[in-house]
Design a protein around this ligand. Structure first.
Ligand SMILES: Cc1cc2nc3c(=O)[nH]c(=O)nc-3n(C[C@H](O)[C@H](O)[C@H](O)COP(=O)(O)OP(=O)(O)OC[C@H]3O[C@@H](n4cnc5c(N)ncnc54)[C@H](O)[C@@H]3O)c2cc1C
Length: 413
């Protein structure tokens, strides 16, 4: 067979070889700070797009807020009256997560229960909000609600059924970690970022302390992603930038016994003690909300525990007097506008910050913050889009269609 090279002179042949496509280069390296659900989902997305990924987590994976949340796969209904952007994000991700993580959810649906005339007056506004956000609803009367959920307060006025679900706070993110690792991501636990290394205004990597081995070293990176949840402000400070994260704590209480089979919410504007959901053989009640300076140290105020039990007992009277198995707190990584807001009224939306666009730009440093455990995949998609855009990589997001490995794959070495 005649090769195309046989048709050119020896000199031109050398030139032809020089013009041949260069050998493939190593993919860019991205370091992700934070091994919660958000960091896990970002690692999964980026390795699918062909990048080299190292994730560093100062403790065990999911040891931050992720491992301590309520376990509600939101339908978005909770935010339909007050925060429509979040409601729309939640229902979209609710559907995707059920598809890519089969078996991770108790597909038990949720009820929004009106207990008082004041609650019942919100029915129209609630249904309208859900409709506008494409959250499916089914209005049911008192008798039907009590058939579905016999433990409900028999004085309820009406209820609305929505596609909420119960999830295990740790197992869903473990599926992202396991799949990311299978596809080549390196996950370093007990490894704390102590500094972000720079050359001028460009980030060059991170300095870390390996707490298990007791040694310090540096990891070079083309881009560093801050996915440190409520610690995002502290991590941003290591790079000399600011992010308006307002760490906002909340208390949860686990009581013995399944006092409901569905997710039971109060039909009113989001408030304290208005959600109860079944988790295995227990019922988990939540929550409260207060601003904290240090996400490492939120206490568990006794009056919050009492209030959460009292308020949820209005929905499910048998909770009054149920044996408390545990109470704990966790800290939400909420985004404030210019850092001025705090607390319950803040939106649950998420934002990705490319700090190269700050007033005082820092190249190569990106923060993802805000959101919910329910929206972890979408948070990762927007972050990976920003990172790939910066690196000139044109690979679409695939995570809506890739079925995740089972959570047990995380433990199989
Ligand atoms: C009370 C409460 C109830 C909630 N209930 C629900 C719910 O039912 N459903 C829902 O969808 N969402 C819920 N949320 C919200 C949800 O839990 C959070 O949005 C989500 O878990 C945040 O995940 P993350 O990965 O962004 O942060 P995190 O899980 O906190 O992960 C950040 C990680 O960064 C690590 N880190 C910090 N600093 C460093 C460093 N210097 N070096 C290395 N690692 C570092 C931390 O150790 C941590 O593991 C709830 C939140 C709270 C507070």
């Amino acid at each position: 067979m005649v090769s195309p090279l046989d048709r050119v002179s020896p000199g031109a042949r050398a030139e032809f070889r020089e013009a041949a496509p260069p050998a493939p280069r190593d993919p860019p390296h991205v370091v992700i700070i934070g091994g919660g659900g958000t960091g896990a989902a970002v690692a999964h997305d980026l390795v699918l797009r062909g990048l080299r990924v190292t994730l560093v987590e100062r403790g065990e994976v999911t040891s931050g807020t992720t491992g301590r949340h309520h376990g509600l796969l939101h339908s978005g209904a909770r935010y339909a009256m007050t925060d429509r952007a979040s409601a729309i994000e939640c229902i979209g991700e609710n559907k995707i997560l059920r598809r890519i993580a089969p078996g991770s959810f108790e597909e038990n649906d949720g009820l929004f229960v009106a207990l008082t005339d004041e609650d019942a007056d919100l029915e129209r506004q609630f249904l309208e909000g859900c409709w506008q956000c494409a959250v499916p609803t089914r209005r049911i009367d008192r008798a039907h609600a009590l058939r579905l959920e016999p433990g409900l307060n028999p004085d309820l006025r009406l209820a609305v059924q929505v596609p909420d679900a119960t999830m295990d706070a740790m197992r869903l993110p473990l599926r992202f970690f396991a799949t990311a690792r299978r596809n080549g991501a390196e996950i370093l636990t007990f490894t704390e970022v102590t500094a972000v290394t720079t050359a001028g205004r460009s980030v060059r990597g991170v300095a870390v302390r390996d707490h298990a081995a007791g040694r310090d070293y540096e990891i070079g990176a083309d881009i560093v992603i801050n996915a440190a949840g409520p610690w995002a402000g502290k991590v941003a400070a290591l790079a000399g930038v600011t992010v308006p994260v307002a760490p906002t704590a909340g208390v949860m209480v686990a009581v013995r016994g399944r006092h409901c089979n569905m997710v039971v919410n109060r039909l009113h504007a989001p408030g304290d003690g208005d959600i109860a959901l079944p988790q295995r053989g227990m019922t988990v009640l939540g929550t409260s909300s207060w601003p904290v300076n240090d996400p490492d140290d939120p206490d568990v105020p006794a009056d919050h525990v009492e209030n959460v039990v009292r308020e949820t007992s209005n929905l499910l009277p048998a909770l009054r007097g149920a044996e408390i198995r545990a109470s704990w707190s966790a800290t939400r990584p909420l985004i404030g506008k210019n850092g001025t807001q705090s607390g319950r009224g803040m939106a649950r939306e998420f934002r990705c910050f490319d700090h190269a666009l700050d007033d005082s730009p820092t190249e190569g440093f990106v923060t993802i913050a805000g959101g919910k455990a329910t929206t972890l995949r979408a948070m990762a998609e927007i972050t990976a889009n920003v990172v790939c855009g910066k690196l000139g990589i044109d690979r679409p997001c695939e995570t809506s269609d890739v079925t995740l490995l089972p959570h047990a794959a995380w433990y199989a070495r």
